[in-house]
Design a protein around this ligand. Structure first.
Ligand code: IMP
Ligand code: MG
Length: 179
């Protein structure tokens, strides 16, 4: 499929699944080497991250744990700028080496909020791994330690990411057509 329609918007093929998997494999290799002996806890930010988390986690070869939290800052195709509470974190992160997994860092507000909240619980270290990073959209001082793919400031869907709830099932990533 080279183009898709979701509700009122048209999207064109942007990043193929094979490329996505290749980029994820590369950051998995870096994590395996950087975190040897550290038994990291991956904290995955739902919903958009589920495909990335699964494909990355399969490639982690050191002892590790995974957990999932929810918080949302996005409605439709525009960021709302506000973020809600973290739900679902039952594990203690004190003295743990935490790696936060996100689908995409856009303004960075979500990640800034999450890091500030988690820092209170005194993890030994905290790193950020994101599938996608839009450096030109960044409005905070967040720098991902592991960014699989850097993209321009376009709205995208697929591979877990949605437009208004739809498009998460697409195996490739599509970008919005401005027509
Ligand atoms: P931020 O707080 O602006 O960095 O936005 C982070 C969240 O907004 C991500 O976790 C996504 O859920 C959502 N988001 C940002 N950009 C896009 C996009 O291009 N497509 C779909 N969701 C996006
Ligand atoms: Mg997200």
């Amino acid at each position: 499929m080279t183009s898709v329609q979701i509700k009122d918007k048209h999207f064109e093929l942007f990043i193929r699944e094979e490329i996505i998997i290749d980029k994820i494999t590369r950051i998995a290799e870096r994590i395996n080497s950087d975190m040897t002996g550290k038994t990291p806890l991956f904290i995955c930010v739902l919903n958009g991250v589920f495909m990335f988390a699964a494909d990355l986690f399969k490639r982690i070869e050191i002892p590790c744990e995974i957990t999932f939290v929810r918080l949302k800052s996005y409605q439709g195709a525009q960021t709302s700028g506000t973020v809600r509470e973290i739900h679902g974190l039952t594990e203690s992160i004190e003295n743990r080496n935490v790696i936060i997994l996100e689908d995409i860092i856009d303004t960075g507000f979500t990640m800034r909020y999450l890091i500030d909240k988690l820092q209170i619980h005194k993890p030994a270290s905290m790193k950020i791994a994101t599938l996608l990073f839009k450096p030109n959209a960044l409005q905070t001082d967040i720098t991902p330690d592991y960014a699989a793919i850097e993209i321009p400031n376009d709205f995208i869907v697929g591979y877990g990411l949605d437009y208004d709830g739809f498009g998460r099932n697409l195996r490739n990533i599509y970008k919005i057509k401005l027509c």
